[in-house]
Design a protein around this ligand. Structure first.
Ligand code: UDP
Length: 452
């Protein structure tokens, strides 16, 4: 009986974006190592979906696209997401019914990205257990809960008052009203509606979060009380289950050879993740500031990531020459390996949650340049709670770029941040080793999955 249970299947449903797919695949590997079979149900059309096939030992099925994507044109991100969830309910039910036919009644659980809540309809119909997976921080989930209870009109009036903006949310220190991640999802009303959908746990029995007690213990306890279902902090999953790919673009490993030639802790690594863009003007100011700092830098410039330019090649010759004098440019880097390299002294990041975890795990202090709400909240934690980074706010200008790089790499202030980052690194590593909190949470989850 025990042996049969160990071979049961978990169906994973990721969001087709780098920052969501990677931790979901890591979770899959962690569960595969515990004896489960893994099937990934993915949507069509996305570039990242094709690279998914590279995860060894997983089965893949495609959720049939149930609507014409042209119907989504012009929708803001929150409206897009809600429509996608509505239109995918039926096709996911069809997908699960096919799986049940092929594999018998052997699905132990559907684990879905919190944004893919359409999965719940199928779980309910086929009486299958389901668990939510959050690829962002626990504090973001707390914010979604808070936002889900707000009234748009009143909140907009309140936020015009500077005193209200700085007010700490009751019982949620250090979160202030202005930290609530309201930018990047379009107009407020659909965002609040989306939050209501996302925090609704429906029939899910638990939520897995890619975080650790040592980073966010108070947010985790708050969520446990608020949601009334088990909260499993399993992170950082990339330590528990590292895997090569899936990757949006081919990793350019030549940057590791370049790093090998640099002095220890001298290099600033710059990456804005898989989606963020910047204006050419900002890029030029960064280039000047980095160059004036006289520190070497490794810069990820994805095709299309600089608005109005095709990348470094299309910039004025004088600029690209200056950049290439001290810097090295790649389209996509092996980020975890880069952050672990002894030559790297700091990470200029947009503060996506995966990048944040990866940086902390390597004890690398950060220059934070967040672009939207969730990243701003992560940046606030990096700068003010964990005190392992500097946040750049307002317009980027070469003087402040130069100053921030020097503060982080050369000055005592930066040394203090590195020291704290190294302490946090050790704490985080301890959470995933024997008897650590994430290690224990994974074992609890496995026990629950086997008795579902
Ligand atoms: N990444 C990478 N190479 C790069 C840039 C990014 O492998 O050159 C990976 C990075 O390691 C992280 C992910 O892309 O795991 C980005 O996720 P994050 O949550 O930081 O940001 P998002 O892309 O979702 O905005």
């Amino acid at each position: 009986m025990e042996n049969r249970a160990e071979k049961r299947r978990i169906v994973l449903v990721p969001v087709a974006a780098q920052g969501h797919v990677t931790p979901m695949m890591q979770l899959g590997v962690a569960l595969q190592l515990k004896g489960f079979s893994i099937t990934v149900a993915k949507r069509q059309f996305k570039q990242i979906s094709s690279s998914l096939q590279h995860v060894p030992g997983f089965d893949f099925v495609t959720i049939p696209e149930s609507s014409d994507m042209s119907e989504f044109k012009g929708l803001g991100p929150a409206e897009f997401l809600m429509k996608l969830n509505k239109t995918n309910e039926a096709s996911f039910k069809e997908c699960i019914s096919q799986l049940l036919l092929q594999q018998g009644n052997d699905i132990a659980c559907i684990i879905y990205d919190k944004l893919m809540y359409f999965c719940e309809a199928a779980a309910k119909e086929f009486k299958l257990p389901s668990i939510i997976f959050s690829t962002s921080s626990a504090t973001i989930q707390v914010c979604y809960c808070v936002l889900s209870k707000l009234e748009a009109e009143k909140f907009l009036i309140d936020m015009k008052d500077p005193e209200m903006q700085d007010k700490v949310l009751e019982g949620l220190h250090p979160l202030r009203y202005k930290d609530l991640p309201t930018s990047g999802f379009g107009p407020l009303e659909p965002l609040l509606e989306m939050c209501r959908e996302v925090v609704n746990t429906r029939t899910a029995s638990a939520i897995i979060i890619n975080t650790a007690n040592s980073l966010e213990s108070s947010s985790l306890s708050w969520l446990q009380q608020e949601l009334g279902i088990t909260v499993y902090p399993l992170g950082p999953l990339h330590i528990t289950a590292s895997l090569p790919g899936p990757s949006l673009l081919q990793e350019d490993r030549s940057c590791v050879e370049w790093l090998n030639k640099q002095t220890p802790r001298s290099v600033i690594y710059i990456s804005l993740g898989s989606k963020a863009h910047m204006e050419t003007k900002e890029m030029l100011e960064m280039a000047w500031g980095l160059s004036n700092s006289k520190q070497p830098f490794l810069w990820v410039i994805r095709p299309g990531s600089i608005l109005g330019s095709d990348g470094i090649e299309s910039l004025p010759e004088e600029i690209s020459k200056m950049v290439l004098e001290r810097g090295y440019i790649v389209k996509w880097a092996p980020q975890i390996e880069v952050l672990a390299h002894p030559a790297v002294g700091g990470f200029w990041s947009h503060c996506g949650w995966n990048s944040t975890l990866e940086s902390i795990v390597e004890g690398v202090p950060m220059i934070c340049r967040p672009l939207q709400g969730e990243q701003k909240l992560n940046a606030m934690y990096i700068e003010s709670v964990w005190r392992i980074g500097i946040q750049l706010e307002g317009e980027v200008e070469r003087g402040c770029v130069e100053r921030s790089v020097k503060r982080l790499i050369m000055e005592e202030e930066g040394a203090g941040m590195r020291e704290r980052a190294l302490v946090l690194k050790e704490k985080l590593k301890a959470t995933v080793t024997s008897a650590g909190s994430s290690y224990n949470a994974l074992n609890e989850l496995v026990k629950d999955l086997k008795t579902q």
